[in-house]
Design a protein. Structure first.
Length: 268
C-alpha cells in the first residue's frame, strides 16, 4: 500500500511540473514509424485565449485626456481675409470618450465613438466675473461622434500596440450668461462640421486577457460648415423670433485637435 501511494504521489508531481512547460510550447508527437513531429494545438489555444487577449467579440472603452486646437474657423462671407483661429475661441478641451465596437478577430476592430469635452473659453477672466451686480458665467464644450477602424498588433501577451483611422462629426459650443435681480440673458454661439479624418495610435497593456489600459494620441482634421448664434432671455424681447440665426460657411478652412491621454478597454 505504501509503495502504491508513493507511486501515485510521484506521478502527480510529475504531471504538475510538466503542465506549465507544455502550456506555452508545441506538443511533441511520434507516429507509427518512430518519426517525431510537432503539433501547434497547445500554442494556438493559448494564443487565442491568453496571448492575443481573446478572439472575436464585443468591446467597450473609456478615454480621458487633453486636446489642443489648431487651424482656422472659416467665415460666413466669401473671400474673407481674416477667418479667425480655433484657438481664438477655445484654448483647449478635456475630453471624455466612450467607445463601443466589435473585434472580428484578435487584430481587427470596428467601433463607434461618443466624446464630450469640457472646453476652456478664450477670454479674459475679468469678462466672466461679476460686474456691477451682474453675475456672469462663461462655458464652452465640444461634442464628437464618429466611427473608426483599428488594427491591433499583439506584439506580446501583455503589450498590444495599435493604430486606427476614422471619420466623424464635431460640434463646438460657447455660452455666456448674465443674471441680475432674478432675470437672465444667455448668448450662445456654436460651429459644427465634418471631421474628415481622426488618426490614432496607442499602446495597450493587458492587466488581464480581457482588460487593458494604456496611452493614446489622436490627430483630427476637418472643416466647420455652419455657425449658429442665439440669444435666450427670461424676459420677452421684441423680435424674439429672430434671436436664433444659422449661416453656412462660405470660406471653409482646415482645423483640428491634437489629443493625448489614457484609455481603458474591456473585451467581452
Amino acid at each position: 500500500m505504501k509503495s502504491r501511494t508513493q507511486w501515485m504521489l510521484c506521478s502527480l508531481s510529475f504531471a504538475l511540473a510538466a503542465s506549465p512547460a507544455l502550456a506555452g510550447d508545441t506538443y511533441r508527437l511520434q507516429d507509427d514509424t518512430g518519426q517525431e513531429g510537432y503539433s501547434d494545438e497547445g500554442y494556438a489555444s493559448e494564443e487565442t485565449s491568453e496571448g492575443k487577449g481573446g478572439g472575436k467579440g464585443f468591446a467597450l472603452g473609456l478615454s480621458l485626456g487633453y486636446g489642443a486646437p489648431y487651424g482656422e474657423l472659416g467665415s460666413t462671407t466669401e473671400d474673407a481675409e481674416e477667418t479667425g483661429k480655433v484657438s481664438d475661441l477655445v484654448t483647449g478641451v478635456i475630453p471624455i470618450q466612450l467607445e463601443a465596437g466589435y473585434f472580428f478577430n484578435p487584430n481587427v476592430y470596428l467601433g463607434a465613438t461618443f466624446q464630450y469635452g469640457i472646453a476652456s473659453l478664450n477670454t479674459d477672466e475679468s469678462d466672466c466675473e461679476d460686474q456691477g451686480g451682474v453675475s456672469v458665467t462663461c462655458s464652452a464644450s465640444q461634442l464628437r461622434l464618429g466611427v473608426n477602424l483599428a488594427y491591433h498588433f499583439n506584439v506580446t501577451p501583455k503589450i498590444d500596440p495599435w493604430v486606427s483611422v476614422g471619420v466623424g462629426y464635431e460640434f463646438l459650443n460657447t455660452s455666456v450668461k448674465g443674471e441680475q435681480d432674478g432675470e437672465s440673458i444667455t448668448a450662445k454661439a456654436s460651429v459644427k462640421g465634418f471631421e474628415f479624418i481622426a488618426a490614432q495610435v496607442g499602446l495597450d497593456y493587458r492587466i488581464s486577457p480581457k482588460f487593458s489600459v494604456g496611452p493614446f494620441a489622436t490627430v483630427t482634421a476637418g472643416q466647420y460648415s455652419t455657425a449658429t448664434v442665439s440669444l435666450e432671455s427670461s424676459e420677452e424681447i421684441p423680435g424674439g423670433e429672430e434671436l436664433e440665426e444659422s449661416e453656412d460657411f462660405e470660406t471653409k478652412k482646415i482645423h483640428g485637435f491634437i489629443y493625448g491621454g489614457v484609455r481603458a478597454q474591456y473585451r467581452f
